[in-house]
Design a protein around this ligand. Structure first.
Ligand code: ZN
Length: 138
């Protein structure tokens, strides 16, 4: 077999992802509350299209997020990493362009969901990465 460009090179096939964003009740501010009469907490489906990140680009992002302090200790900026990944990965979303302006406004429930699509910066065999590098014949 050996080299196969079909299976070894990156493919930018957008994948549909449904984010399950939990919204707290507008009255009591909680997700579960049996004492609240109006209680309108819900889980909303937010559909987006996501592409993986080519290996070299992902390594570049990681290197951009590492800094050294005076004691030569390394620091990894996890939020910057997540933001940079999301900006590349999300190709279509109901909020329009995924940029810094948008990311600054993201609330916790949506942010927690967005975080799940980002490949882990620490693990090599990350499940979401495997997911996106899957070769799909269409
Ligand atoms: Zn309520």
């Amino acid at each position: 077999m050996g080299y196969s460009s079909d299976r070894m090179l990156f493919k930018r096939n957008p994948k549909d992802v449904v984010l399950k964003v939990s919204l707290n009740c507008t009255v009591c501010g909680r997700f579960v509350n049996s004492n609240c009469e109006v209680h309108d907490a819900s889980v909303e489906d937010v559909e987006i299209k996501v592409v993986g990140i080519p290996w070299a680009k992902l390594n570049y992002i990681k290197s951009q997020c590492v800094s050294f302090d005076e004691a030569k200790q390394t620091h990894f900026d996890g939020q910057q990493y997540i933001n940079e990944c999301l900006k590349i990965m999300i190709t279509e979303a109901p909020w329009g362009k995924t940029d810094d302006m948008f990311l600054l406004q993201v609330g916790k429930a949506l942010g927690d969901e967005l975080e799940t699509i980002v490949p882990s910066a620490y693990q090599e065999d990350n499940t979401s990465m495997q997911d996106f590098s899957e070769i799909k014949k269409e």
